[in-house]
Design a protein. Structure first.
Length: 195
């Protein structure tokens, strides 16, 4: 007898994708479960199958966003040859993944302890990943013998400032431009040919 497990899983993914798009565009603090259900053209009870409260629904949606973004970023890096190109592609891909996030979303993300914690955890994971890519580049001789942890921490600090829109306020650069600048400055500074 066939099961509906595949359909149910796809439906859940579709709902989370819809929630991600909505929250990225508008934020979430002002939206109730009824608003979310209406906008997604489903029932509140359908949303309650995903989580038992608005808070949990938002946390699961933000988790879904970060998980999907991480998969997309890693897929781009996996097809990029060379350590320098990988670091650049990683940072640009992160910027691209975050580009749809509105100011309202970022404000709500930082204003909610649970989602802020998720954001901080994902930024720390991104910093570790940048450190791994830099360490690989040092081993391959593409980068000078730099402290990869320091370089990753430098990148993480700027990533946090970019995502909090502080860089845009200070420089006028949008997120994608800021990530490109970070990638260029970071990789040029540690390039083995640059000495």
């Amino acid at each position: 007898m066939p099961t509906d497990t595949g359909f149910a899983t796809r439906r859940r993914e579709d709902l989370f994708d819809g929630l991600v798009a909505l929250l990225l565009a508008e934020g979430f603090a002002h939206l109730g479960v009824a608003d979310l259900a209406s906008r997604l053209r489903c029932s509140k009870s359908t949303l309650y199958t995903l989580a038992d409260s608005k808070e949990r629904l938002v946390v699961k949606t933000v988790s879904h966003f970060f998980r999907t973004a991480t998969d997309e970023v890693e897929a781009r890096v996996a097809t990029t040859p060379g350590a320098r190109a990988k670091v650049i592609e990683y940072l640009i891909a992160v910027g691209d993944a975050l580009a749809p996030a509105s100011d309202a979303f970022m404000t709500d993300l930082h204003g909610n302890e649970s989602t802020r914690t998720l954001y901080e955890r994902n930024t720390a994971a991104a910093a570790r990943r940048v450190g791994e890519l830099i360490a690989d580049g040092v081993t391959a001789g593409e980068f000078r013998d730099v402290n990869a942890a320091f370089a990753a921490d430098l990148a993480a600090s700027m990533m946090s400032r970019i995502q909090r829109r502080e860089v845009a306020a200070a420089t006028g650069l949008d997120d994608a431009q800021a990530y490109r600048q970070l990638a260029a400055i970071l990789t040029t500074g540690i390039d083995a040919a640059g000495g």
